[in-house]
Every structure is written in structure tokens, then in C-alpha cells.
Design a protein around this ligand. Structure first.
Ligand code: C5P
Length: 284
């Protein structure tokens, strides 16, 4: 048996714009994506009997319904080993159904782990192509760092590393259906598009304050109409000294960006003491 470990980093949308509905049913996106230190831990073992995928959190599917399982199947099929056994263990830390691409990050980590266990037979380009067949966010999760994501989310342009900052995340109790929120956005239309170019320029200038000023997510006003807690959490984070507080992806996680460790730690403690599911992390 051979085994390897991989970290599956969660992502935040520093900015998220939807440009329009495509003929294939997906939407053209323009997003600034950022991986954060908050990660799942993945262990992949090959050469065992059967195909298994265990997660330390209840109710996570252990079969094809789990994207990590499908990533392993896909990789082995591409290697011409459709029968080889595997065992995947997932230690979950990324809040689930929060807009942080936890499932996509696990799938990307499995592709990386599989490639390590196969002496990197596939190039990054080949892995990227496999990643997109698994989901729109998987290519970014494979690449990591800071990037502009266009197309379905797979047309990636590397951006300068985000200036040093601290992130406080809150996961409200409700979860959101991504297709439903896209459908609502199509119906409602977008009144205000983020200035993605200005946000990119701020990253190029290494200017955290300007970046925070241009951070926006077109799903946020739509979701906040239904769940006022989104605005309440944003307000709370801003009052605690966050330079910006936004929804990530289609939610429901709300995150605040701080330039001061002290303020971020205080905000983290404050939100946690209110019984909210709260996390502290940094960009990676
Ligand atoms: O690609 P993925 O399976 O993660 O997408 C989940 C759903 O999100 C899609 O079925 C679609 O409804 C929506 N989506 C979209 N446009 C994108 C990405 C996702 O409409 N670029």
C-alpha cells in the first residue's frame, strides 16, 4: 500500500461578478479568488481493497455523491486503472455549504495526492482539465493562491499575493442552494457590478485598504433579502474594525478582512462568545 497526505485549502471570493447566462446553462463569471489557511486534511491510500471515502463529519456521502470520491475514480480511470482500490480519509475543517468550495478543495487535493502517488504522470494542464469536469471551482482549488477567475471559473490568471491581513469567518446556520441563487440572480438582474479592475489594481499596488473598498459580491444583496442575518453579521464585523465584510460565493459564510491582528482576534472572540460558528484564518 502507498499513502500520502494533502491539505485542501478553502477559498474566499474577494470579489464576485456574474456577467451572464451561457448557452450551456452555466454563467460567465468574473471573480477574484483567494485561498485561506483554513483547510481539510486529506489522506489517500492506494493498493487497498475496494473503494472507500470516509469523513469525520456525519452525513457526508462516502460514495460517488462525494466529489473527492469522483476525483479519485476519474484519476484512476485516466490512468487506465478502473479497478484499483483506494481509501480516502477527510478531516473536515472548512465549513460545509458555506461558499468556501470545501468539496471542490477536497476533490482538487485528491487529484494532487493521486498524481503524487503516480510520480506526477499528469501535467498541471491535464489535471486542470480533469478538475473542470468535476466542478467549476475545482481548477482554482488545484492552483490556489490569488487569482482572477473567468469563464465558468476555470479561466485563471494569477494575481499578486494579497497583502498581509487576518480573516474572521462566520457560518450562519442556514445553507444555500447554488443553482437556486443563480436562478434568482437571473430573475432579479444585477443592479450594480463590482469594479473588478479596480480591485485587481489594488492587489497590484499591494494596497489592502483600496482592495477592501472594491470587494463586492453580486449574490450578497439577493441572499440578504431573504436572510437579514447576512447584513447583521457584516455590520458586526465592520463595527469590530474589519476593513471589509462580505459574503463568499453563494454563501452562507460571511468574512471580515482585518489589517490588525489584535482587532481580528477580538472580533473572533466576540462573535464566538455569541454562539456563532466562527473561524480565524489568513490568506495563503
Ligand atoms: O460547476 P458546479 O457543479 O460546481 O456548479 C454547480 C451549479 O452552479 C451549476 O449547476 C450551475 O447551476 C451553477 N453555476 C453556474 N455558472 C458557473 C458555475 C456554477 O451557473 N460558472
Amino acid at each position: 500500500m502507498i499513502r500520502t497526505n494533502e491539505k485542501a485549502y478553502g477559498k474566499l471570493n474577494l470579489s464576485l461578478d456574474v456577467l451572464g447566462l451561457r448557452e450551456d446553462g452555466y454563467h460567465d463569471m468574473k471573480m477574484i479568488m483567494q485561498t485561506v489557511g483554513l483547510c481539510d486534511e486529506i489522506t489517500v491510500t492506494l493498493g487497498c481493497e475496494g473503494r472507500k471515502c470516509f469523513c469525520d463529519v456525519a452525513h457526508v456521502p462516502q460514495d460517488e455523491r462525494n466529489l473527492a470520491f469522483r476525483a479519485a475514480e476519474l484519476y484512476l480511470a485516466r490512468c487506465g486503472k478502473p479497478k484499483e482500490g483506494f481509501d480516502i480519509r477527510i478531516q473536515k475543517k472548512i465549513p460545509m455549504q458555506g461558499g468556501m468550495a470545501g468539496g471542490s478543495a477536497d476533490a482538487a487535493a485528491v487529484l494532487r495526492a493521486m498524481n503524487t502517488l503516480h510520480e506526477n504522470v499528469f501535467s498541471m494542464e491535464e489535471l486542470m482539465e480533469m478538475a473542470l469536469t468535476l466542478g467549476s471551482d475545482v481548477p482554482f482549488c488545484l492552483m490556489g493562491g490569488t487569482a482572477l477567475a473567468e469563464g465558468r471559473g476555470e479561466v485563471l490568471t494569477k494575481l499578486p499575493t494579497m497583502p498581509t491581513c487576518f480573516v474572521v469567518l462566520v457560518k450562519p446556520e442556514f445553507s444555500v442552494s447554488t443553482p437556486r441563487l443563480f436562478a434568482e440572480l437571473d430573475k432579479a438582474g444585477i443592479i450594480r457590478h463590482p469594479s473588478t479592475e479596480d480591485a485587481v489594481q489594488a492587489l497590484e499596488d499591494g494596497n489592502l485598504t483600496a482592495l477592501c473598498q472594491y470587494m463586492e459580491n453580486v449574490f450578497e444583496p439577493i441572499l440578504a433579502r431573504e436572510y437579514p442575518v447576512i447584513h447583521a453579521l457584516r455590520t458586526e464585523l465592520l463595527e469590530q474594525g474589519a476593513l471589509s465584510a462580505r459574503l463568499t460565493g453563494t454563501g452562507s459564510v460571511v468574512f471580515g478582512i482585518f489589517d490588525s491582528l489584535e482587532k481580528a482576534e477580538k472580533a473572533y472572540q466576540e462573535m464566538q462568545s455569541k454562539g456563532l460558528e466562527t473561524f480565524f484564518t489568513k490568506p495563503v
